[in-house]
Design a protein around this ligand. Sequence first.
Ligand code: AMP
Length: 497
Amino acid sequence: MCGIVGISAETNVAAEIYDSLLMLQHRGQDAAGMAVCDSDDKVQSRKSMGYVRDVFQQRHMEKLTGNYGIGHVRYPTAGGAGKEFAQPMYVNSPYGISLVHNGNLTNSKKLGNELFHAEMRHLKTDSDSEVLLNIFAHELGKQREIYPTAEHIFKAVNKTHIRCDGAYAVLALITGHGILAFRDNNGIRPLSIGVREGKTRKEYIIASEDSLFLSMGFTKLRDIEPGEAIFINKQGKLFSQQCSENPQKRPCIFEYVYFSRPDSKIDEISVYKARMRMGSSLAKQIKEINPDHDIDVVIPIPDSSTTAANQLAVDLNIPYREGFVKNRYIGRTFIMPYQEERKKSVRRKLNILDLEFKDKNVLLVDDSIVRGTTSKKIIEMAREAGAKKVYFASAAPAIKYQNLYGIDMPATSELIASNRSNDEVAKEIDADWLIYQTLEDLIETVRFGNPEINEFETSIFTGEYITPLVENYLEELEISRKDELKMQREKSKSNRG
Ligand code: AMP
């Protein structure tokens, strides 16, 4: 996953892009970057590996002058993890275009070949974002306009939609011209726009999540529609157009379960409220299946499950206790490259308050179970702390398939539920009872916030992918995501010195 932001204002935007990236940091901690353009049409940029606060020092910020710009936080899903994958990515023709991308293209290999053989463009990395940038640049350059208007730019977006499959929320800085935003045909990844009054013109912000608008004085205008493009020229004039021939709104449901901040609204659905409803529907399921349950206490696995767990406890009329304290400074366990490291790091990340467990039947709640590393370890810890029985509820249904649309998920074969029944997963993680949200309930809880959405992107639960897939794509991805293979790649790298 990644987070993206673009701002067009009357004065320097770098400080506000920096603040926005801090608020999007949960969407990616691998690398960060920004590019800004000033009134002399000079672009300044800075990108590097690490957290936002580490990438941008005062000396960098001083150089980042300009009144429109874009920023990015990266979490590697396609391509590798390394400095060359940090964004914005840049091509110098036409005009000099910098681009940031959240999502994943599913036909990037084919497009990469087309770019190289037919369009004579060389790609430096195997990043799908670099492919996307070059496709867009090629389509814009083909029009051979010295001064491109919104119309030329939208035509290039239309061609990009036709050629690219997958998920993409994109912001591009077109040097000397303005900033462009667009969202894929299905609107899989989120993108919304906010506005505020400047002294002489309106100022705009476009970002993955709207929760950052208010703190910077912007009010939300709306979500950008699937297939739509918005161009804000360097004078601050806004143009928008539907650039897809078949747009359909099918946002990724996992944004509501796990990724987004609770204070964001995505496609008009409050993430916080959706999570509360996930808790309620889990409580309903528990009451239906086992009205005489003996749960003494509900304990969340911090952080993304706390809202659902709290509501679940309220609905069951059972105490809610914070039985784990999270060390916020330890980094991500999920992205540790190998299973042994992941296991150790769960323990270091979550410390247990044993008195909340001793002699109790506890219901632990998490947003999701992926490999099962967290749940297994946490259940073991709960038992060591003296819990009598340990039940486990997941706000998401069983995750059975790999993700193709920009969420970092392991290979299908590494997902604990990929070839196990719910009872087998319960046994594997050593839960006395495992309650998964049903997919119907999950869709209902999210959709309640915006009944106009008829469909969500739910492929990690169903294996049904909503975009065309090139032959062998799933098989190739499966192989490249396996721990074993990652380990071999590391080894051969270190042997090479
Ligand atoms: P696991 O330990 O592999 O079963 O992963 C489940 C835990 O990872 C849960 O606590 C989730 O909050 C979290 N999680 C789920 N999906 C992701 C993801 N794509 N990236 C990082 N963490 C995730």
